[in-house]
Design a binder for this molecule. Structure first.
Ligand code: NAP
Ligand code: ZN
Length: 354
């Protein structure tokens, strides 16, 4: 297939709504596959990026086409492709390339490659512009960055696994969450609800911290053993000094110290949420407890495949509200109000109908 123009949905400025636009996709090279996109999840990162909220760390290049929770069918494979054949159900997450030679790439930790290419907003080595994400009809990707999707899972619910799934699975594995561990998940959104499902599946005692009392029953259904409404200081205090690990998936400014106080000696709080502004940390609770605060970005390709296979074996998918692409702007507004159960996924066939 030659390079061609395809339909996409994107923004032309930080304060502009997303709308239909045309983007160029490269031709299928020897090691590439072409994917017809069936579903694309809406990550809060898409919103941060479309509105240039991460300006200091990674300024947005317009027009921008977000979307890094891609599930689709292969429509074409390059002459040297070995992993896939036409018709396969596949996924693409936040990465579409890396330098493949650095120690991190060699170790399968492409998320730490200093020269990685993000699915959207990175310099595009092939077209010379920037990469465009999954809010589009199709995408061409090197087969190394394409994941196999278990056919027993609902593809709409699989899409969010490609970012929300791996971003929570990876730190829970890294910090050895399992039986006998008391684990907190802060923020029951797209990432948080996957964190609950995985921590529960790994056998931990799971406590959800939410600012939304109305999510209590859902949290228990998703796998939580306890739910704490974090705006209630008495409820919080009951858990002081008891957690082995806390995963914070909050998208906005909030008080980390309230959670650091809940950690045991040597307990760890890992941020996966990426709020726009820096957060303040009081040092004394860290000192008197040898506690630590860290962060974690997505995950490498091998671990992403491991996560998808784990989901296939355990029947795990995201809880999704499927929307047509024309409702993306409305979905962004609802995301800001924590009004989604628990991930929006775009049915990309709606773009064809435009
Ligand atoms: P989301 O679906 O909007 O969920 C965020 C949740 O945070 C909300 O559902 C809400 O949960 C809670 N929350 C929101 N505003 C809050 C506030 N002001 N104070 C306290 N809690 C608040 O977002 P998401 O897609 O899961 O993404 C979460 C964050 O992770 C975003 O910043 C995103 O950019 C980032 N992210 C990071 C990575 C990574 O690699 N580290 C990957 C993907 C996304 P409750 O209603 O339960 O309180
Ligand atoms: Zn994401």
């Amino acid at each position: 297939m030659e390079a061609r123009n395809v339909k996409a949905f994107g923004a032309n400025a930080a304060d502009a709504p997303l709308k239909e636009l045309m983007i160029n996709r490269r031709g299928v090279g020897a090691e590439d596959v072409a994917i017809e996109i069936l579903y694309c999840g809406i990550c809060h990162s898409d919103l941060h990026y479309a509105r240039d909220e991460w300006h200091d760390a990674m300024p947005t290049v317009y027009p921008c086409v977000p979307g890094h929770e891609i599930v689709g069918r292969l429509t074409e494979v390059g002459s040297a492709v070995t992993k896939f054949k036409t018709g396969d159900l596949v996924g693409v997450g936040c990465l579409v390339d890396s330098d493949r030679t650095c120690p991190n790439c060699q170790a399968g930790l492409e998320q730490f490659c200093p020269n990685f290419t993000l699915t959207y907003g990175s310099p595009d080595k092939h077209t010379g512009g920037v990469t465009y994400g999954g809010y589009s009809e199709s995408v061409v990707v090197d087969e190394r960055f394409v994941l196999r999707v278990p056919e027993n899972l609902d593809p709409a619910g699989v899409a969010p696994l490609l970012c929300a799934g791996i971003t929570t699975y990876s730190p829970l594995r890294h910090w050895k969450v399992g039986p006998g561990k008391k684990v907190g998940i802060v923020g029951l959104g797209g990432l948080g609800h996957m964190g609950v499902k995985f921590a529960h599946a790994f056998g931990a005692h799971v406590v959800v911290f939410t600012t939304s009392p109305g999510k209590k029953d859902d949290a228990l259904r998703l796998g939580a053993d306890e739910v704490v409404v974090s705006t209630n200081p008495d409820e919080m205090q009951k858990h002081a000094g008891t957690f082995d690990f806390i995963l914070d998936a909050v998208s906005a400014e909030h008080d980390l110290n309230a959670y650091i106080n809940l950690l045991k000696i040597d307990g760890n709080l890992t941020m996966v949420g990426a709020p726009e502004k820096p957060l303040r940390i009081a040092v004394f609770p860290l000192l008197f407890g040898r506690r630590s605060v860290s962060g974690s970005p997505i995950g490498g390709l091998p671990e992403t495949q491991e996560m998808l296979d784990f989901c296939g074996e355990h029947g795990i998918t995201a809880d999704v509200e499927v929307i047509p692409v024309q409702q993306v702007n409305e979905a962004y507004e609802r995301l800001l109000k924590s009004d989604v159960k628990y991930r929006f996924t775009i049915d990309m066939s709606s773009l064809k109908a435009e």
